[in-house]
Write a protein that binds this ligand. Structure first.
Ligand SMILES: [Zn+2]
Length: 446
């Protein structure tokens, strides 16, 4: 259990709710990488081996030690796999590949996973204190499902029935069958959530293309509502020429039974959003939208070190200006953009230096490279960033210079790189990802 939660020990140095920027960049940071997960498994193994040797007066049998090490590896690595399943993301392949990866298919605290596994865990645990604590976790999860507005009455009822069934199964099955049932339940929950999310992603993608065939779909962020594999929360990120647009929606994986408009309530988005006028269907209900010139985001990144650092985490940027020299920048996934979200940072012009940085590739960097595009008119640019025509000019020069080489400004892909020189390729790729963002910014300041 310690090993499975070891990656989250980063909370000891990132804090919770302290410095937002440090938290965004370093929670699910280095400790959530394959390299450190394996190192962590060795560390716990070494401690366990030493304690056993100290207490028993002799080293544990070699077979036991190997089994323990294998179990600890599975534990720490499974943490990364499970964190990957939601829309928060992980970057497990550092230092070779610093990109974020998002599973977009399971809610970040999914009560069905507790229902599937906690009763079996209670039966398998010998310590009475642990059994009581585990039972309390399950009861608290069920109580929360009934109390929060994010979980409807139908989903809460199904969850409670599922919990009763899971307890009955755990009490009647033998030890092996119990573990297998819990594991199968866990996989079934993940599969159902993944299937619902894939359906929602497909519906959103088709709807965007049907509404505006010229718009470029940059990203579709999908997250199921808790305890619900049918209702999904969707954020669509688009670019239409020089305009960047974010639209939030709710989707139903089974529209014949569940209308998307009745899937929970509209997600809380920052004040910059307004009600969307897009035509909704039973499968997809559009809630709110917001757009701004792409060049504004490039401008924020160019002018502020804090913005550049935050964009190494922010997947769906939204921003608002508070006067000529200050802006709020946040992530729509967490209600950001208006200054009040957990991911919102205050950005000031001319902040050349800041303490916090991390190697993660900014999720929207490739879009921004093309984003400061040549069709930005000075009239479309916020007065708070009057210097932006210079950005647009630099981008125009770069676009004409790279005409005919559409890959010239995209991050290098190792698989398309130098064959037979993997080590070198990996190194170049890594260096490229790390510095590409800084090159982008320096290009903007040309
Ligand atoms: Zn984690």
């Amino acid at each position: 259990m310690i090993a499975a939660n070891l990656p989250d020990f980063d909370l000891f140095y990132t804090g919770v709710g302290g410095d937002r920027l440090a938290y965004m960049l370093h929670h699910r940071g280095y400790t959530h990488t394959v390299v450190l997960a394996i190192a962590g498994a060795f560390l716990v193994w070494g401690v366990a081996w030493s304690i056993r040797r100290w207490r028993a007066g002799e080293a544990p049998p070699r077979g036991d030690a190997r089994w323990l090490l294998a179990l600890l590896m599975v534990s720490t690595l499974s943490h990364l796999a499970l964190d990957w399943t939601n829309s928060y993301g992980v970057h497990p392949f550092w230092p070779i590949d610093d990109r974020w990866y998002y599973g977009d298919s399971v809610f970040i605290v999914e009560p069905w996973l507790w229902v599937a596994s906690v009763p079996a865990l209670v039966m398998a645990t010998r310590s009475r204190v642990a059994r009581v604590l585990l039972s309390l976790v399950l009861i608290a999860g069920l109580a929360l499902a009934w109390l929060t507005s994010m979980v409807g009455v139908g989903a809460a009822s199904a969850l409670t029935a599922g919990a009763i069934l899971s307890v009955l199964l755990a009490r009647t099955l033998g030890a092996d069958a119990r573990v297998s049932a819990a594991f199968a339940g866990w996989l079934a929950v993940t599969g159902a959530m993944g299937a619902g999310a894939a359906t929602a992603r497909g519906a959103a993608t088709r709807a965007v293309h049907a509404l505006d065939p010229t718009a470029e779909l940059l990203d579709v962020v999908v997250s199921p509502l808790p305890a619900n594999a049918v209702c999904m929360s969707v954020i669509v990120v688009e670019r239409d020429g020089a305009t960047y647009r974010v639209v939030t929606a709710r989707a139903s994986a089974i529209p014949r039974i569940a209308d998307a408009a009745r899937c929970g309530t509209a997600r809380g988005t920052a004040t910059v959003f307004r009600a969307s006028s897009r035509p909704s269907t039973r499968a997809l209900h559009w809630d709110s939208e917001w757009s701004a010139p792409v060049a504004e985001l490039a401008g924020l990144a160019r002018e502020s070190c804090v913005a550049r650092a935050a964009l190494r985490f922010i997947r769906v940027p939204a921003w608002s200006f508070a006067g000529d020299s200050t802006a709020h920048l946040g992530d729509v996934r967490f209600g950001g953009g208006g200054g009040g979200g957990f991911s919102d940072v205050t950005v000031k012009r001319g902040e050349a230096r800041c303490d916090v940085n991390a190697p993660w590739v900014p999720p929207r960097s490739a879009d921004m490279v093309r984003g400061a595009g040549g069709r930005v008119s000075s009239g479309a640019v916020s007065p708070a960033l009057r210097e932006l025509p210079a950005v647009a000019h630099a981008a125009r020069r770069r676009e004409s210079a790279s005409a005919g080489q559409p890959d010239a400004v995209r991050p290098m892909n190792c698989r398309r790189g130098v064959r037979g020189r993997t080590g070198c390729c990996v190194f170049v790729s890594r260096a490229y990802y790390s510095v590409s963002w800084d090159i982008i910014i320096s290009q903007e300041t040309l």
